[in-house]
Write a protein that binds this ligand. Structure first.
Ligand code: SF4
Length: 430
């Protein structure tokens, strides 16, 4: 869009045209997307906004029905060619006629599509390494929306990373639908890419998200343990801990295998912070099955956990399964897991009080009190905790040592920058 001469802002309040990137893979995501569309349409009707563009997965999945549902939306764009989208928006900004519905050109090629303009604060950037997924988890609509797995070539990923590092990015957050599968379509494995990224010039660190547990590429372990530029953090979505439920979900591996993978990660990467996500209330799940998830959270001291209730998705094999779990039961099971998580989280966060932790500054000092918002290695952007640190002289992208003084109600750390701070020595958050 910037290449088309449009001025891009992260503040919808000051934009003439808002582009809403939607998500549709589960019911709550769809509800959130519809709520956001309604809000934008209302703003347009009041005259606060010039035009509304709805893009992304919701459009891809529901095609024309969405266009009929929201006559006041100016453009709908499937997961499409960014350049076409930018051209349409330019035509809108000039008051010219434009196509209202942009069909996707088919599955996106796993290649770069022009330079990046960062939508993140500048201290970190997401780096997509592949598109799509070859797994067939029975609850998941993503492969039908995003297609089969296609890896980006290493040269393309490294070039994009170099550009981002050159623009001042200090943390590259590696994302994909299934990052574990990267490279297998051309005989490579994820660790070689991660090592290549970590060995680029500059001081950006690499954080790996969305690693499917089975066929885990174990050469990643020494990089996580020892490479100074690979964050000792791994997001590994396990979805469940009970063999019955994993089988019904068509996930590879059993409850025992999940535990073995976590054991091996713990032993090969002693300083690792593990993050995972789990799904409760899948058809056929019993109280005992659900209890195994909470037990696993306690047994492994998992403090970074997202827990969700199952949402039956049309077009997925899970949709018609018998043994559906009532919503209130699923919510109670999820809450039990979250309660176990919160206990572990409180322990890890409180244990750091009095220690010094290095954080990456994501937001500049607030003008009143001089507190920055940053993150330690233990926390990924947007999904984990942040650290509020008194550091009036710090800038976005700085790495500063912070003495942790307390935790707030949401278990974020609160502290102050220390000058010439010693290297940190707290226990890793588990
Ligand atoms: S691995 Fe993830 S994206 Fe792929 S089908 Fe399973 S849940 Fe969906």
């Amino acid at each position: 869009m910037a290449e088309e001469g449009l001025i891009v802002t992260g503040d919808p309040g000051e934009a003439h045209t808002v582009v809403l990137n939607t998500c549709s893979f589960i019911g709550p995501a769809r509800e959130e997307s519809h709520g956001a569309i309604r809000e934008l349409v209302e703003r347009k009707q009041k005259g606060d906004l010039g035009a509304v563009v709805v893009a992304g997965c919701l459009v891809q999945r529901y095609k024309g029905t969405l266009a009929r549902q929201y006559p006041d939306v100016d453009v709908f764009a499937e997961i499409s060619d960014y350049r076409e989208l930018a051209k349409s928006i330019k035509r809108i900004s000039r008051g010219e006629s434009h196509q209202r519905y942009l069909e996707g050109p088919g599955l996106r090629e796993p290649k770069r599509e022009g330079a990046r303009l960062l939508a993140t604060p500048g201290s970190y950037a997401y780096l997509r390494i592949s598109h799509g997924c070859d797994h067939t988890c029975s609850f998941c609509a993503i492969p039908s929306i995003r297609g089969k797995h296609r890896s980006k070539r290493p040269a393309a990923v490294l070039e994009e990373a170099e550009e981002l590092i050159g623009a001042g990015v200090k943390e590259l957050v590696v994302v994909a639908e299934d990052s574990t599968a990267w490279g297998r379509d051309f005989g490579m494995e994820l660790p070689s890419l991660i090592e290549g990224l970590a060995n680029l010039d500059g001081d950006a660190r690499i954080r790996v998200m969305y690693a499917y547990p089975n066929r885990f590429p174990w050469d990643l372990a020494p990089l996580l343990a020892d490479h100074p530029k690979v964050v000792p953090y791994l997001d590994i979505p396990i979805q469940h801990a009970a063999t019955n439920t994993l089988r019904a979900m068509r996930r590879a591996g059993s409850g025992d295998q999940v535990r073995k993978i976590l054991d091996r990660l713990r032993s090969e990467v002693p300083n690792l912070t593990l993050r995972t996500t789990v799904l409760l209330g899948f058809p056929g799940e019993t109280d005992e099955d659900a209890a195994q998830v909470a037990d696993l959270v306690r047994d492994y001291g998992l403090s970074r956990v997202g827990a969700f209730t199952y949402s039956p998705e049309e077009g997925t094999p899970g949709y018609d399964l018998e043994g559906s779990v009532p919503e209130d039961v699923a919510i109670a099971r999820r809450d039990a897991v979250l309660a176990a998580r919160d206990d572990e989280l409180a322990k890890t966060q409180t244990a750091a009080i009095g220690t010094e932790v290095e954080i990456l500054v994501d937001e500049p000092p607030d003008p009143d009190q001089g507190f920055v918002v940053g993150r330690a290695a233990t926390d990924a952007p947007e999904v984990d905790m942040v650290t509020f640190a008194h550091a009036p002289d710090a800038e976005v992208g700085d790495r500063i040592m912070v003495r942790i003084d307390s935790v707030d109600d949401e278990q974020n750390w609160i502290g102050a920058a220390v000058e010439n701070g010693a290297r940190p020595s707290p226990e890793p958050a588990r």
